[in-house]
Write a protein that binds this ligand. Sequence first.
Ligand code: ADP
Ligand code: UVW
Ligand code: MG
Length: 398
Amino acid sequence: MNIFVINSGSSSIKYQLISMPEAKVLCSGLVDRIGLEGSKVEHKSFLEQGELKKVLEIPVPNHSVGLQNVAQLLTDKEVGVISDPSEVEVVGHRVVHGGEKFASTQVITPEIKAKIKSLFPLAPLHNPANYLGIEVAETIFPQARQIAVFDTAFHQSMPAVAFRMAIPNELYEKEGIRAYGFHGTSHKYVSETAMELLGKKSSKLITIHLGNGCSMAAIQDGKCVDTSMGLGPMNGLIMGTRAGDIDQSVIFYLVNELGYTLDEVNTLLNKKSGMLGLTGYSDMRDIGKLYHQGQPEAILAYQLYAYRIKKYIGSFAAAMNGLDAIVFTGGVGENDQLTRTLVCEKMDFMGIKLDSEKNKLPNFGPRAIQSETSAVQILVIPTNEELEIAKQCFEVED
Ligand SMILES: Nc1ncnc2c1ncn2[C@@H]1O[C@H](COP(=O)(O)OP(=O)(O)O)[C@@H](O)[C@H]1O
Ligand SMILES: CC(=O)OP(=O)(O)O
Ligand SMILES: [Mg+2]
């Protein structure tokens, strides 16, 4: 069965065409900088004769144009892997916010679409792009089943003590105000891989997903028991452009004393804060260079970024009454040895000791990087949200 997986972001679309059940990736790619200068489509096909790449440096004004180009690449003369769009039987969509309704994968119906739309205010950077991806895919692949896999689903196992907030009950009961958690597909995928590596199902893991968005999860015996993101994907860790945890007083000060509108506060905390606010850059590669040049802002930003992660490791270990392994994943977690060094520094009191040589290894796949005397395993596991989405779609169809 050919499953086309779409991970539609605010300014990018990641995609993979995966043949299931053998989990063979037929092609993959990225539509980058949608609606911006310098947009492009980077496509890779994995054919019998080897890997073929094609880069289209073309204007991509919106998601529709982006996906139309991708659909053409799927059947392209040189790099095509299928002969007609009808060979795609299922389109699997990453949908970031599923609210409390969806603890599992859903075949998309008009009702499901309406629910995804109703959650726009809670995930303004993500759900609108995911929704657009669904609408465009429905026109390009009209014969395929469209399936949604929610970032929030894996976190639905959290107990009330982790997801409730100390605000009046009716705001939870009537309005659903609680912590939901995100990046669930990634936390699920890397925690399952970690359990395979550890060779045991009963385990206390902390997964640390560090991409543009960043979040952590406490996972006990395969089930999420706590996570750092909340009602929307803003809370918790410091991210590329998001502040993460912030004292509520800051919001009142910005509005009451500095004259910000609430929309401006939202934009400030979602798009202008985090590493961008601290250094002027949101890409860790740029900030890493400045750190090594000794730039004070970059050094402080890295320290803040790692310090926040350390605090969550401490609190999640306390929540689980123990810790077997921490798992780094996402673009930063997989590739950035500096982040891992700073996070694991001075954590030997709780049995976390990094092997600095193993930490330097390039990102070749799942690996353990703790020292021989570390009581806690330190794992780096490349995430694969697209493969996890394909697996979940296949289970629904099976
Ligand atoms: N070699 C690297 N060293 C340090 N950071 C890296 C490296 N490669 C990618 N990154 C960082 O990973 C982040 C993007 O992560 P990714 O998981 O791809 O993001 P998302 O899926 O949220 O768009 C960027 O901040 C980028 O700088
Ligand atoms: C939920 C979230 O933050 O996603 P991303 O990392 O793709 O922005
Ligand atoms: Mg991501």
